[in-house]
Design a protein around this ligand. Structure first.
Ligand SMILES: CC(C)(COP(=O)(O)OP(=O)(O)OC[C@H]1O[C@@H](n2cnc3c(N)ncnc32)[C@H](O)[C@@H]1O)[C@@H](O)C(=O)NCCC(=O)NCCS
Ligand SMILES: Nc1ncnc2c1ncn2[C@@H]1O[C@H](COP(=O)(O)OP(=O)(O)OP(=O)(O)O)[C@@H](O)[C@H]1O
Length: 279
């Protein structure tokens, strides 16, 4: 099937390289409440940082593949693209599962970053300027109608995302990409430079994500009250000012409730990639 076989390795600094770096930066960033980081495994008993690094190694060639597929098929209508890249998306998930012995380390990240890399390939093949605005608009075009097709018309929910749409109308990773990363454009990117120090900048972006992102990971583990607990906690820290100790305390609070803002971790990586491009 198209895109499931990896072609020649391509060594180039493009969005796929940036995306892999962003994933690496995300996992090393510490302290991240409830998430795997360099201090602990957060609310996860089945994964750790070396496993995330192995997962990133397995995913990286596929990120280049998404970019190439986007370039190759730039003349195809945007709405035809998802069918074209889905086999590569599933093969990438399989590569991740092989590297992690079946643990879901990056399913959400593969979906969002895969579409972003495809979007970049299409834009560059059209000789258009790679900007944040163009990337978000193209990601939205590639996933137009996805929520309706896969969530509204889903009779028998299998995945957490499908179940949470039926239960609460949450659109999860699909909704965020289809909106052209609206949560990021509204709540994160405009505030990116409010922190001068790079590590604080990333932690502050993560806090803003935890405060505003309707993260299905939180709901699947802790229900709507789990989501609200994390959002209220993050908003309090943003309002009162925060130090690393506050994030460490928040980490313990989330661990004791088995909560993990995995969707926000994915979106942090997306933000890092987007901020590498002009507006
Ligand atoms: C769409 C996906 C994520 C389906 O997963 P699911 O139905 O469980 O959806 P759900 O929305 O709950 O998301 C799963 C993951 O996304 C992340 N996530 C959760 N909430 C959000 C959010 N608001 N915004 C962004 N990401 C989120 C989390 O890491 C979560 O574990 C994806 O796995 C899929 O369809 N894969 C098939 C492969 C594919 O088509 N890839 C596309 C080409 S790259
Ligand atoms: N540093 C990180 N730590 C933990 N999760 C992360 C991190 N970065 C990204 N994630 C995201 O979180 C998701 C994993 O969350 P989770 O373990 O809750 O999912 P699950 O395996 O579907 O559910 P469960 O473990 O409850 O059965 C992945 O899809 C991944 O994209």
């Amino acid at each position: 099937m198209a895109g499931t076989a990896l072609t020649e390795p391509q060594v180039c600094t493009n969005i796929a390289t940036l995306a892999a770096e962003a994933l690496r930066k995300e996992v090393w960033l510490t302290p991240k409440p409830g998430l795997v980081d360099s201090a602990n495994n957060g609310s996860h008993s089945d994964m750790d940082l070396p496993m995330f690094l192995r997962s990133i190694g397995a995913i990286t060639p596929w990120l280049h593949q998404f970019y190439r597929l986007g370039q190759q098929d730039a003349a195809q209508p945007a709405t035809a693209m998802l069918t074209r890249i889905r086999p590569a998306g599933l093969a990438c998930e399989q590569a991740m599962f092989s590297a992690t012995n079946g643990i879901n380390t990056h399913k959400g990240g593969i979906f969002s970053l895969g579409i972003l890399c495809t979007a970049a390939g299409r834009i560059s093949a059209r000789q258009q300027r790679l900007t944040r605005t163009a990337l978000c608009a193209e990601a939205a075009a590639l996933t137009q109608g996805l929520v309706e097709r896969e969530l509204q018309h889903c009779r028998q929910p299998v995945t957490a995302g499908e179940r949470l749409f039926q239960a609460h109308g949450m659109t999860g990773a699909r909704g965020e990409v289809q909106s052209g990363f609206l949560t990021l454009r509204r709540h994160v990117l405009p505030y990116w430079w409010t922190e001068n120090q790079p590590e604080r900048r990333s932690l502050n972006a993560l806090l803003r994500l935890m405060a505003f992102n309707p993260d299905t990971n939180l709901v699947s583990r802790g229900g709507l009250s789990g989501l609200h607990f994390v959002q209220d906690y993050a908003r309090r820290l943003l309002k009162n000012g925060w130090q690393k100790e506050d994030l460490q305390a928040m980490d313990q609070a989330l661990i004791s409730r088995h909560l993990s803002p995995g969707g926000s971790a994915d979106l942090l990586a997306i933000s890092t990639v987007l901020m590498a491009f002009p507006q």
